[in-house]
Design a protein around this ligand. Structure first.
Ligand SMILES: [Zn+2]
Length: 158
């Protein structure tokens, strides 16, 4: 039970991935996940998943990080609330979309939201002298995820 985050590479979209077993049925859902159209059978999904796992040198992802377990995410939330103090919501995306719980999966932030998130992360990193090592690691990883998302145009997925 923990929080992980990923950013997909662009190899499939750029035509650099290995040929798909059913290329005319390959599509992307709104989060950018490669999907099959039609009413795929279990065997077809299996062939698709098998392809996806070895579709390119990145195995589909340019970045993937373990962000923390429930305890660490809870601590980061408290840290950010204390940091924003009475000045109002300075970290709305971090608090409401990333750290709102320590186990969310299957949700995602668009690359546009990543640009706004990067500003929040940079604000925290400006206070790096008050960050503990594990906090610094978390916010540095978030920065890398934001930059990868902005660069690829792909969402940050959890
Ligand atoms: Zn790739």
């Amino acid at each position: 039970m923990a929080l992980d985050a990923f950013v997909r590479c662009t190899c499939i979209r750029d035509g650099k991935a290995k040929p798909h077993p059913f290329p005319d049925r390959l599509t992307f859902d709104e989060s950018g996940d490669p999907m099959l159209t039609g009413d795929p059978t279990e065997d077809e999904w299996e062939a698709h998943d098998h392809w996806l796992a070895q579709s390119c040198e990145h195995e589909g992802f340019i970045l993937s990080f373990f962000l923390g377990n429930i305890t660490k995410v809870g601590n980061l939330r408290s840290f950010l609330r204390a940091l924003q103090g009475s000045l109002g919501p300075r970290f709305p995306i971090l608090l409401e979309k990333v750290l709102y719980d320590g186990t969310h999966t299957g949700d995602w932030l668009s690359s546009k939201a990543s640009a706004a998130l990067l500003k929040e992360v940079d604000t925290v990193l400006h206070s790096s002298d008050i960050l503990a090592e594990s906090e610094k690691e978390f916010f540095t990883n978030m920065k890398l995820l934001c930059e990868a998302s902005i660069q690829t145009g792909n969402p940050i997925m959890f």
